[in-house]
Unconditional design. Structure first.
Lengths: 371, 392
């Protein structure tokens, strides 16, 4: 951070990423298709194959493993667009969280085949981290990894595992004698129970690791530090996604306020509605600022420890509030299943809990600030 | 030679020929004006070089690094920050020649006479009148919230020249001599017990027609130029992380005996909001430099005004019973210079943040209507002559 002034303006690459993603998602994955995928009994794989063909599954995977080799500020633009379209699938789980964990592990080259598979879409990886309702801190991990010959035996139950029903590979956090680490465990060695989700566009499941034996090289080796860094970067990218979710809900509300007439006037001409929209835009711009900042400081551990929880502290509540106000401004139609407003409301709420709730992030930000 | 090179060369020459540490500030400012480095985007001869405004940060940075005093911009802000812009866009050459240089050197202080007791948010309803009398205009009326009026030589004033026209069309913009006959300046005490501002009364004050800015009836358009500059000036100052009001709150939290989880959570919420608004200001400035202001440029003033009220009120709460005191008492004085920061005074002063320079309600209308394109409220005053508009 010292001395270098960050730029928050989009690069040319980022402008291209945004316009290409916006076009593709609008044309190919409109809400009809989102709803079809979310209501299907089985997780959809065809959409993920499509996104892999676009290079999005391996967006952050370096080119040497067949990925697109983009950085976090670029991925954040894509995440924002995916949020705008409430796109289903394992982008956050596999392309962001699992990819970040692998790249930050002791020796990513050992996991080259896995990264290549993730990049071409043939392998979906999910991070199995949490066990308790409010167990966001790595301290709360009880799953164990015990040495067994050259390898490890993993025992424990992970819950609310994001994209578990999609996963071919789990990166499971487990406690060893020398601390917490992540282990790569193939999905055919575990028991996955899909669980219905508030945000039906993203699937979750419980995963039981019943004395699963894995070889020595399954251990990622980045320890608790890599896990915490992965979750911080995840929170930064989620904040960008929340900006996308909130801005889509805001745009819908704004459009409705312009076109819906009551008492002979567009409802957006009433200050009760107009001022609400002005406040929504104001808070949305502040959320955008913290999200843009967080993904630009991932290589600075001291700054990331402040910026990631800051992004979550602002963007989470803003997305929850704006998506809720969007329903309110739509009135009765906004409460119907048919209208898309609820997709955004649900996505925002679930996303604001996935990697830590408001109080958790607030407190961590305070710790990082020495307050 | 590129514009950037011209600017750099002019700065080099100014710093070499007038070393800041050996030159009196007023003399340096005069030389800076003559070198076209007062407002680089103005035309040559009017304190500028006729280059793009984006070169301005370079000038400020290099002069500051070179040890030059740039406090004139702050101390004569209504002239240098606003009046100069009005003169550059709407003034005539001889007006620029007469006023800009002594404004920049601080030989002449400027004030702005817009608000009236009967016209705050609805500024266009103002009733101070200017009646033509040969080559002069005769001013009558009262203005309020006038910063620096008690030391100003010149005032930017908007007055009604045609009460029978629709209210926005009957206004004309003038520069008034604050030392002229019939100008009375009284301190206006605010809730802090200080008088940062004044009330100004005009009784048959004569203004020569050559001090009129732009056409008769064009006053509203000219005033909008001034107000836009003011709103940008209030929202757009970049500050270091954790500085300003939130720093005082953090200090108050760190006092012995405050440790409390509820207070900590509120402090951290405010710290986060403050940092988010700060980053938005930086982002807005960066976007504006590229030349296409985004929505973040309009939301800053609203964010800061509301946030500053919350932070300063919370700071008083952190002070506990200490927050029931008011050190120094209410002395009913005019502040001189920059007083030490006092959290109790700041708590009271912050109430003005969401009133001055456009109330938060007006800011929300502006965001809603100009940024978001929402329709305005139905108006009862729109097609009436000013004389017939209902008013309190």
């Amino acid at each position: 951070m010292t001395g270098v002034r960050l730029s928050y303006l989009p690069s040319e690459d980022q402008d291209l990423i945004r316009s290409a993603a916006r076009k593709y998602l609008t044309e190919k994955i409109p809400s009809d298709r989102v709803r079809e995928i979310m209501m299907a009994s089985e997780p959809d794989r065809s959409l993920w194959d499509e996104l892999a063909d676009l290079g999005w599954a391996g967006f952050l995977v370096p080119e040497e493993y067949g990925g697109s080799g983009f950085g976090y500020p670029d991925a954040a633009v894509l995440a924002e667009e995916l949020g705008r379209a409430v796109t289903p699938g394992p982008f956050l789980a596999s392309a962001v969280l699992a990819t970040t964990a692998l790249l930050g592990s002791g020796d990513p080259r050992r996991h080259g085949d896995l990264l290549s598979g993730m990049a071409d879409g043939s392998v979906v990886a999910a991070s199995a981290i949490y066990e308790k309702r409010r167990g966001w801190d790595p301290e709360d991990i009880d799953t164990t990894a015990n040495p067994d010959g050259d390898g490890w035996v993993i025992t424990g139950r992970k819950r609310w595992v994001l994209s578990a029903p999609h996963a071919d590979m789990f990166l499971v956090s487990a406690r060893t004698d020398d601390g917490v680490d992540l282990f790569a465990v193939p999905s055919d060695t575990v028991i996955v129970t899909p669980t219905p989700t508030l945000d039906a566009t993203r699937r979750q499941g419980d995963v039981v690791f019943d004395s699963v034996a894995v070889p020595a090289e399954a251990r990622l080796g980045g320890g608790e530090e890599n896990l915490r860094r992965t979750l911080d970067i995840g929170a930064a990218v989620v904040a960008s996604e929340q900006v996308g979710v909130a801005s889509a809900a805001f745009d819908m509300a704004l459009d409705h306020a312009r076109t819906r007439f009551q008492f002979g006037r567009a409802i957006g001409s009433f200050q009760a509605v107009k001022h609400r929209l002005a406040d929504m835009l104001t808070r949305l711009e502040n959320a955008r600022s913290v999200a843009l900042h967080a993904v630009r400081v991932v290589d600075d551990p001291v700054e990331l420890a402040i910026a990631a929880p800051l992004a979550a502290v602002i963007a989470g509540p803003v997305a929850n509030w704006i998506t809720g106000e969007s329903i309110q401004i739509h009135g009765g139609i906004g409460f119907t299943w048919e209208h898309d407003a609820h997709l955004y409301f649900k996505r925002a709420k679930a996303a604001s809990l996935l990697l830590g709730d408001h109080g958790y992030h607030l407190s961590r930000m305070g710790d990082a600030l020495g307050l | 030679m590129t514009d950037a090179a011209r600017v750099e060369e002019a700065i080099d020459r100014l710093l070499t020929e007038h070393p800041p540490n050996e030159t009196a500030p007023a003399e340096f400012w005069g030389a800076q004006y003559d070198a076209g480095l007062a407002w680089v985007w103005h035309e040559e001869g009017s304190g500028g070089l006729g280059v793009d405004r984006s070169h301005h940060p370079t000038v400020m940075r290099r002069l500051t690094e070179g040890g030059a005093d740039t406090s004139n911009r702050r101390r004569n802000v209504l002239g240098i920050g606003m009046g100069a812009g009005v003169l550059s866009v709407h003034g005539r050459d001889e007006q620029r020649q007469r006023w800009l240089r002594p404004m920049f050197t601080m030989d002449e202080i400027w004030c702005q006479l817009f608000s009236e007791p009967g016209a705050g948010s609805d500024l266009a309803d103002l009733s101070t009148s200017a009646v033509r009398d040969g080559d002069e205009w005769i001013l009558n009326g009262q203005k309020v919230w006038t910063t620096l009026a008690h030391v100003a030589k010149w005032g930017l004033i908007i007055a009604r020249t045609d009460p029978d026209a629709q209210k926005h069309r009957g206004l004309t913009y003038f520069v008034v001599d604050m030392e002229a006959e019939g100008v009375e300046v009284r301190p206006l005490y605010q809730i802090t017990g200080e008088a940062e501002f004044n009330e100004v009364f005009f009784s048959d004050t004569r203004v020569p027609d050559d001090q009129r800015i732009d056409d008769v009836g064009a006053g509203w358009r000219v005033a909008m130029t001034t107000l836009m500059n003011e709103r940008v000036a209030i929202g757009g100052t970049e500050t270091p992380r954790g500085s300003g009001a939130i720093a005082v709150a953090v200090d108050a939290y760190r006092e012995p005996g405050v440790d409390d989880p509820v207070l900590r959570a509120r402090l951290l919420e405010l710290w986060a909001e403050s940092e988010a608004a700060r980053l938005t200001t930086i982002r807005a400035n960066e976007t504006a430099t590229v030349g296409t202001p985004g929505p973040e440029g309009s939301t800053g003033k609203l964010s800061w005004a509301e946030l500053n009220k919350e932070i300063t009120a919370f700071t008083v709460e952190l002070m506990g019973l200490g927050g029931t005191g008011f050190p120094g008492g209410y002395e009913l004085t005019r502040p001189t210079g920059m007083p030490d920061y006092d959290p109790m005074r700041a708590f009271l002063r912050a109430r003005a943040n969401s009133i001055e320079g456009g109330t938060s309600e007006i800011m929300r209308n502006i965001i809603g209507e100009r940024v978001l394109g929402l329709p305005g409220e139905p108006r009862v005053d729109k097609d009436l002559p000013w004389r017939e508009v209902p008013r309190s």
